[in-house]
Design a protein around this ligand. Structure first.
Ligand SMILES: Nc1nc2c(ncn2[C@@H]2O[C@H](COP(=O)(O)OP(=O)(O)OP(=O)(O)O)[C@@H](O)[C@H]2O)c(=O)[nH]1
Ligand SMILES: C[S@@+](CC[C@H](N)C(=O)[O-])C[C@H]1O[C@@H](n2cnc3c(N)ncnc32)[C@H](O)[C@@H]1O
Ligand code: SF4
Ligand code: SF4
Length: 336
């Protein structure tokens, strides 16, 4: 297993399969790569099926055991089922999607070996949903979530970005997942770095405080040290956990970055050490196994935590701050 200079082992990869999308969400960071708008046809620049599979086979050699497929909208790739089928068996395979193509395809994804899906759903109100996503496909998304639950792609995590347009819908969404088996909620702090519009920010600490008040139990997840709140677990008739609500709050959060164990791959086949950075793109040449190995090792060796005092000025020169290694990571009590 590879470890970076900040003691972070790399256990997962996040692979963007395309930058195309059928939505145009007002906040979209597109994994740090900018606009999703453009032609809907497969781009020449996208990694081929074989490239993606070869990449996964190589990183498996380094004990990478998790892969997240994302985009753009990854379900625009017609070879998604094939990619999943050919993903090494040792890897947990998950997908983040806007959900519109899940109806009619969820079963096939499950059969191909997909473990679970996350579906972006920012509101339970069709009009608000349409305004945020610039699409009227609310019903399709609801249908997609049901199809995923029915196919056993569970837990289905609903991804809701908490920002000015959605803050009023948080409570309703928490109730929704608490009442519906198979669903969990991820409340994502709005990341303004890549989209501008800092005026849309909502103070995520207020959401933590509110959830801490109503939760029966709180855990900390290994990944990013994220907090998980269990709501209404007593009321759950099936003995399950009731509603599980996780807060994804990376912004200016050193502890989040200190627990970051994933390397990213862009749809064009560049490695990237951090979601928020665009100055660390590393090509993998012709994507031969040797080139992938070399680029992967170099990417891990050059990873830095985005938030955190990882660079300091010494005699006018920027140098890595060894003190960062002493950041209080807080005890992590929950496993993934
Ligand atoms: N800044 C930052 N944001 C992240 C990182 N990982 C995930 N996110 C954000 O978290 C949100 C949810 O991401 P998903 O792709 O659904 O999945 P996940 O939460 O990372 O992973 P699972 O919970 O294991 O499914 C997205 O808005 C991502 O941009 C990260 O390493 N850094
Ligand atoms: C870029 S999308 C790609 C996958 C898929 N198209 C989807 O929407 O789920 C991945 C996740 O990033 C989230 N996201 C996009 N821009 C964001 C931002 N500025 N701040 C926080 N999360 C954001 C989306 O809500 C989504 O859950
Ligand atoms: S559906 Fe996903 S990729 Fe598409 S615009 Fe929305 S957040 Fe971005
Ligand atoms: S270093 Fe921080 S900002 Fe960058 S990908 Fe990891 S958690 Fe996200």
């Amino acid at each position: 297993m590879l470890e970076d200079d900040f003691g972070r082992e790399v256990t997962g990869v996040r692979v963007s399969l395309t930058d195309r999308c059928n939505f145009d969400c007002v906040y979209c960071h597109n994994e740090g790569l900018g606009d999703t708008r453009g032609p809907m046809e497969p781009g020449d620049s996208e990694m081929s099926t074989d490239d993606v599979v070869r990449f996964l086979e190589v990183v498996e050699e380094y004990d990478v055991r998790k892969v997240k497929f994302t985009g753009g909208e990854p379900m625009l790739r017609q070879d998604l089922e094939e990619i999943i089928r050919r993903t090494p068996d040792s890897m947990e395979t998950s997908l983040t999607t806007n959900g519109t193509f899940l109806p009619g395809r969820a079963e096939a994804l499950k059969e191909a070996g997909l473990a679970r899906v996350n579906v972006s759903q920012d509101a339970l109100d069709p009009q608000a949903f349409a305004e945020i996503t610039k699409s009227g496909a609310y019903d399709k998304v609801m249908e997609g979530v049901r199809a995923a639950v029915d196919a056993g792609l569970t837990p289905v995590k609903l991804n809701m970005v908490v920002f000015e347009h959605t803050a009023g819908y948080v409570e309703e969404m928490v109730e929704h997942v608490a009442e519906n088996e198979g669903l969990q909620l991820q409340l994502i702090e709005y990341m303004p770095e890549l989209t501008g519009k800092p005026e849309w920010n909502i103070d995520i600490d207020r959401v933590h405080t509110w959830l801490a008040d109503i939760a029966d139990r709180v855990e900390r997840r290994e990944m990013h040290g994220r907090r998980r709140y269990f709501v209404n677990s007593d009321a759950a008739s099936d003995g399950s956990d009731g509603g599980m609500v996780e807060i994804v709050d990376p912004v200016e959060n050193e502890s989040f970055c200190a627990n970051c164990h994933r390397v990213r791959v862009t749809h064009e086949g560049y490695l990237k050490g951090c979601l928020n950075r665009n100055d660390d793109l590393r090509p993998m040449g012709e994507m031969t196994r040797a080139e992938i190995r070399e680029a992967f090792e170099a990417t891990v060796a050059n990873r830095v935590p985005y938030y955190g005092e990882y660079l300091v000025k010494d005699d006018g020169e920027w140098v890595v701050n060894d003190e960062y290694l002493g950041v209080d990571l807080d005890p992590v009590t929950a496993d993934d």
